[in-house]
Design a protein around this ligand. Structure first.
Ligand SMILES: Nc1ncnc2c1ncn2[C@@H]1O[C@H](COP(=O)(O)OP(=O)(O)OP(=O)(O)O)[C@@H](O)[C@H]1O
Ligand SMILES: [Mg+2]
Length: 256
């Protein structure tokens, strides 16, 4: 899997005129990598992920996955959204299988996949439960299972743990790392939580405030096996400080 963006720009037309949201974004993710992008609120992170997911088209520039241009959503890109997006009237199993149903996957294979990915996220026992019966962390695990069920080559995650309390968030981060190791899926995750990005990823793109552009790419040289002790490494704090300093830097004035 090779995902690459080339000189991506995105404008929105608003009542105030043209709003430049993303400016000249060039990034890439390779097979099995866990990459994060961090940026302030409003820096265009969700917009960037929606472009890569094919839910929105760039104003200019292009996105390529394995040599093919992204022209719309595709099964090779699975998306986990910023807020809970489960259908409340569907059981957990139906939610996980919904994308497969839309893709026309036969019922027997669908049930098999749903069972497989509910097991991956540890929610087999909740197959017949409804979203309202689940905690926030469990809902996000269902959303992850739903994204994984189509067996995407890359998982696109938009602040998946932003709404969770500190303890649940830490549990979910370790869960995600374990899942990433077991499935070998590439991950591009957006977050505004610098600590989370340093803990999870191998490489971080630091975005400027609006218009979002890539201020710096930071390669993390931390031990590959991330555990709670990773956070105590001297360079863990160093990376956090470096990225926080970058985020505080004012971008150069820009004309939309
Ligand atoms: N469909 C749209 N039409 C007009 N403006 C939009 C649209 N979508 C996003 N924007 C604007 O683009 C900017 C970036 O929005 P976006 O949601 O991508 O930011 P973000 O980095 O994800 O923020 P947050 O961290 O708060 O989630 C904002 O100023 C927003 O108002
Ligand atoms: Mg967002």
């Amino acid at each position: 899997m090779h995902l690459e963006t080339f000189n991506l720009y995105k404008h929105f037309t608003t009542r105030q005129g043209q709003l430049l949201v993303l400016k000249d974004i060039n990034l890439h993710v390779e097979t099995g990598q866990f990459v994060c992008a961090v940026g302030a609120s409003g820096s265009g992170k969700t917009t960037l992920l929606r472009l890569i997911a094919g839910l929105e088209m760039p104003t200019s520039g292009k996105i390529m996955v394995d040599g093919k241009p992204v022209l719309g959503p595709g099964a090779e890109r699975g998306m986990v959204f910023q807020s809970y997006t489960l259908y409340p009237w569907m059981s957990v199993a139906k939610n996980v299988g919904f994308g497969l149903k839309l893709q026309g996957v036969a019922k027997s294979l669908r049930s098999q996949r749903v069972a497989e990915y509910l097991d991956v996220v540890g929610l087999s026992q909740f197959a017949n439960a409804y979203p309202r019966e689940l905690s926030g962390g469990m809902k996000q695990r269902v959303a992850i299972a739903r994204a994984l069920a189509s067996q995407p080559k890359i998982l696109l995650m938009d602040e998946p743990f932003g709404a969770l309390d500190v303890q649940t968030k830490a549990t979910m981060q370790e869960f995600l790392l374990d899942l990433w190791r077991r499935t070998g899926t590439s991950i591009l995750m957006i977050t505004h939580d610098v600590e989370e990005a340093v803990f999870l990823s191998q490489r971080i793109y630091v975005l400027t405030a609006r218009p979002g552009s890539i201020q710096q790419e930071v390669q993390l040289n931390l031990p590959p096996e991330r555990t709670y002790t990773t956070r105590r490494q001297p360079n863990f704090q160093h990376y956090q400080d470096e990225i926080m300093d970058l985020l505080r830097t004012k971008p150069s004035p820009d004309i939309a």
